[in-house]
Design a protein around this ligand. Structure first.
Ligand code: WTA
Length: 643
């Protein structure tokens, strides 16, 4: 039996939904999605109202449309429609890496900045349907650039600032971006990140036409004549009046590259109308956001969490959203809590990996802050272990802030499974129940539907407004990746358990994706980086349990004939992967392996490699189908000797 934390009646009384209301709304949302979403689609303003609500099929060609004859604009919904009522309200609280730097940006101010940048982008020849790559630090200009794209109908593709020049170049190429927006340097934990220098390498490789550069640190960088312009200069010269482009509900809003089990990252494409409705509605109900709340999501805009729950959801709701440039342990390990006190944060949303690393520092850095404004806590990105959940609940939430453990994915656009603060009794480690309109299903490996309390592969049987529409430029890949494993269903790639109360417990990826500190990494990407090294013949990568990161990257490397393993070479290979992909892909462990366990048809048996990395030598399963079973003994021996 797991612990159960009942709903706090005071929170339920004021919340958007108590349990009864949740059950009623959920029932309506699945019994009659047309009526439910037809009503809730009105939470955003439409230029031309929709007459059709849902039109989607997970069969055949997989065609997903919501509100398909409606037109609107995302930036209009996040800015213009708030001006009359809350023009002087703070839209973005920006907290710099250095605690002495912060800034409040009102809706009026944000609107002006977005319009100016939008006009400056137009002047550079960017228009509706063009792709723009953003490679930005966590500064207000990142949100301004997203909204400026949305305003003119350009499609943004954000690349996390920790990715290498090559990874950036691949994404610029994949999205066919003609413009890049970046900054001279980023600043994180007191250290500078050479964004423009990295972008130069990528832009030179891809022949990018234009680049707008924000001056963040004033560091010394190269500006290429005819291509690079300063953000300050072009926006100062631009008009603050830029009409919002009329977009169809199904027009793309952004592309975001994410790792899958095979090949290079996919361009997950999200749309305008359904995405915004879903991001805004989940933000309001799941965080129980109320007028006047200060809301802080600690993610980076380079990930989907930053898109939906720092920028689009909160701003569509007219919220005050906090954007943080820094890291949890700079200048001290009290930083998160100091920021909560400084800006009177009511809703705080972070990742288990951050909680685990702060938990290690003990209670004292938390307890010296008051945290008395906090009301709701959130978790995202990976399963939260009960120990971290309890610490979050007791030490940070003082036992009276509900924790919403939100399960979702880049592909889903918004949260699919999560408690609602006033409705759901909590069980530490469970993402609990589906949001409105979400119909999860567990299936076995043959696709048989499993009922009741059971373990299985997590699928969705029907679409919700916020889900991705296609892989950019490759609809076939979209169909193959998500709808072919179990015909007619969206397969999430996650395993889950459903308990006797119908609560879902996400058990982690069942494919070759690993989750390192809440960041998604494809084992294939790391492998292809390794084999690109001149001394490496073969490599296999698996995830292995890691105290802080949740999962760490465990690599098995076979060297070319004539190459000798050494500690130096280990270091060189780790450095190589960092350079090829970025620091987030740094291998945590590297084991030399004279050979890899393969089937007779040449497929690497990762199941065995995972078990060896976990020191679980008795659970290797059947090794008789291996081409050379002797390889396994050798790997175990090397592992035991930590070679
Ligand atoms: C994992 C992040 C357990 C999961 C929003 C999923 C989680 C992948 C949770 C998506 C959670 C995310 N509990 N696992 N609350 N949230 N995951 O695309 O494996 O970066 O498939 O989206 O993270 O990662 P992504």
């Amino acid at each position: 039996m797991s612990d159960i934390y009942p709903v706090n009646p005071d929170i339920a009384a004021k919340a958007h939904a108590d349990n009864e209301k949740y059950l009623e709304m959920y029932k309506q949302s699945v019994d009659n999605p047309e009526e439910f979403w037809g009503e809730h689609g009105k939470r955003i303003d439409w230029f031309k109202p929709y007459t059709k609500v849902k039109n989607s099929s997970f069969d055949g060609d997989v065609d997903i449309r919501w509100f398909e004859d409606g037109t609107t604009n995302v930036a209009y919904n996040c800015l213009d429609r708030h001006l009359e009522k809350r023009g002087d309200q703070v839209a973005i609280i920006w907290e710099g890496d250095d605690p002495s730097e912060s800034e409040n940006i009102t809706y009026k101010d944000l609107h002006q900045r977005v319009n100016k940048l939008a006009n400056a982008m137009k002047a550079q020849g960017v228009g509706k349907g063009d792709r723009v790559t953003l490679y930005m630090p966590m500064i207000p200009e990142a949100a301004v650039a997203m909204l400026a794209c949305a305003r003119i109908g350009a499609i943004h593709a954000i690349v996390f600032g920790g990715f290498s020049p090559d990874a950036l170049a691949d994404r610029i190429k994949g999205s066919g971006s003609k413009m890049v927006i970046t900054a001279d340097e980023g600043l994180r934990g007191g250290r500078k990140v050479p964004l423009k220098a990295n972008a130069d390498l990528a832009m030179d490789r891809e022949g990018v036409e234009s680049c707008i550069v924000v001056k963040r640190t004033g560091g010394d960088i190269d500006m290429k004549d005819g291509r690079d312009v300063w953000y300050d200069e072009v926006t100062a010269a631009a008009s603050a009046d830029c009409p919002a482009e009329e977009m169809n509900a199904e027009d793309p809003l952004f592309i975001l590259y994410t790792s899958g089990s095979t090949g290079m990252p996919k361009g997950v494409q999200h749309c305008t109308g359904g995405y915004l409705v879903y991001a805004a509605m989940t933000h309001e109900y799941i965080f129980d956001y109320h007028e006047g709340d200060v809301y802080w999501c600690t993610a980076d805009v380079g990930w989907v969490t930053g898109h939906s729950y720092i920028v689009y959801g909160p701003l569509a709701n007219g919220a005050t959203t906090l954007m943080f440039e820094g890291v949890p342990n700079y200048p001290t390990v009290s930083r998160f809590w100091e920021v909560c006190d400084k800006h009177k944060v009511n809703i705080f949303y972070t990742a288990p990996t951050a909680i685990r690393s702060l938990m290690r520092e003990g209670k004292e850095p938390v307890e010296k802050c008051s945290l008395d404004t906090l009301r709701v806590l959130g978790s995202v990105g990976e399963p939260i272990n009960p120990e971290a959940w309890n610490w979050y609940n007791e030490v940070v939430g003082k036992g009276n802030c509900p924790i919403v453990d939100t399960w979702w994915q880049t592909e889903t656009g918004g949260i699919l499974i999560s408690p609602l603060p006033g409705a759901t009794a909590l069980k530490p480690g469970s993402a609990t129940r589906p949001f409105f309109g979400v119909e999860p299903q567990l299936v076995d490996n043959d696709g048989n539907v499993l009922e009741g309390a059971t373990d299985g592969n997590l699928c969705m049987t029907t679409s919700w407004p916020g889900m991705m529409r296609t892989c950019y430029g490759d609809h076939e890949r979209f169909k193959q990746t998500y709808f072919s494993t179990y015909a007619g269903k969206y397969f999430t790639g996650d395993g889950a358990r459903r308990d006797e109360d119908g609560y879902y417990w996400i058990t982690g990826r069942v494919d070759d994706v690993i989750n390192v500190s809440g960041h998604r990494m494809g084992t294939a990407e790391v492998e292809s980086a390794l084999v690109a090294h001149a001394k490496v013949a073969e490599a296999a990568v698996v995830g292995a349990p890691h105290d802080l990161k949740g999962q760490g990257i465990y690599v098995y490397v076979t060297l070319n004939a004539g190459e000798e393993p050494s500690d130096e070479l280990k270091k060189e290979l780790v450095k190589w992967v960092r350079q090829e992909i970025g620091p987030i892909a740094s291998p945590d462990w590297l084991q030399w392996s004279p050979g890899l366990p393969k089937t007779r048809s040449g497929k690497i048996m990762r199941r065995i490699l995972r078990k060896i990395a976990e020191d679980d030598f008795d659970a290797l399963g059947d090794t008789s189908t291996l081409a050379d079973p002797g390889v396994v003994d050798e790997l175990i021996e090397n592992r035991q000797n930590r070679q």
